[in-house]
Design a protein around this ligand. Structure first.
Ligand code: 2AM
Ligand code: CA
Ligand code: CA
Ligand code: CA
Length: 259
């Protein structure tokens, strides 16, 4: 299949501009909030509405594509052949509900399993991070300079709260070797920090839609994206991942304990 990366990138940017406009209005409205697996796992009417809108636009423009998405309006995808879109309509739903800030919307596109284009909007900041290996990286219309390959001792790290609090994989040792610890609560917001050099590592248990766009963008920025057991990333399952500068990820892998 031949695909035009630039055309897909333009489509994603226009789509996320529309999503951003709606969600900035929605952030001020009363929300209908339900829990999923536990009391901290939330979904709102706006997560569902946004996913339905994004998925219908993808199917309208790319009818041959399959969609992996969080809230149940995607396809049952069992292999990575062809054009696959990963959609997280609202990333950081808890932040959306409790703070009305620091939430994102993310779309990652893969072709025959290979990362192609990613796009993430920091909704309230109204900044879109997008691009890929072929076309380069952008924040809105401006090119992003690839972040420096800093070591752990020189940068801030972000680890999901449950993992850090329980010291899963001995992750507190990694945190102690860094400049400091931050917990932003949205993978998409954190990928933006990695791409602009504000943080040097993110470690979390991530579902495919949490990881897809950020993986495309961070790999295109020369960063490492690895599974904690150093197995190849599998985009059709959830896994514990470490994303960061090459130096930090190799230091983190020698520090974590997986058994
Ligand atoms: P979400 O808001 O789309 O669910 C911090 O909680 C980050 O981890 C957010 O990006 C959130 O995405 C994601 N997250 C929350 N619960 C998760 C889970 N059970 N598995 C994987 N990712 C999760
Ligand atoms: Ca969720
Ligand atoms: Ca998410
Ligand atoms: Ca989500």
């Amino acid at each position: 299949m031949t695909v035009d990366s630039k055309e897909i990138d333009k489509f994603l940017v226009e789509l996320l501009q529309n999503v951003g406009k709606s969600l900035r209005d929605d952030a001020l409205k009363k929300k209908s909030v339900d829990t999923k697996k536990n009391r901290n796992d939330l979904v709102t009417n706006f997560d569902k509405k946004t996913e339905r809108y994004i998925n219908s636009e993808i199917k309208r423009v790319f009818p041959e594509a399959t969609i992996v998405s969080e809230e149940g309006y995607g396809d049952l995808v069992t292999d990575m052949s062809g054009l696959v879109f990963f959609v997280d309509p609202i990333d950081g739903t808890m932040n959306f509900v409790k703070r009305g800030d620091d939430f994102a919307s993310m779309i990652g596109v893969y072709i025959d399993g290979k990362p192609l284009i990613g796009a993430i909007i920091d909704v309230m900041g109204n900044n879109i991070y997008h691009g890929g290996k072929e076309i380069g990286l952008f924040i809105n219309d401006e090119r992003i300079d690839v972040p420096r390959n800093l070591p752990l001792v020189e940068g801030l790290v972000d680890v999901s709260a449950p993992m850090a609090l329980a010291n899963k994989f001995n992750v507190q040792e990694v945190i102690k070797k860094s400049s400091g610890f931050r917990v932003y609560g949205s993978a998409g917001i954190i990928f933006g920090h990695l791409l602009t050099g504000k943080e040097v590592m993110y470690m979390s248990y991530l579902a495919p839609w949490d990881l897809a766009a950020g993986r495309v963008l961070c790999e295109a920025a020369g960063m490492s994206v690895v599974s904690i057991d150093d197995a190849p990333i599998n985009m059709l399952k959830s896994q514990v991942v470490i994303v960061g500068t090459q130096k930090v990820v190799s230091e983190a892998l020698t520090t974590v304990k997986t058994r």
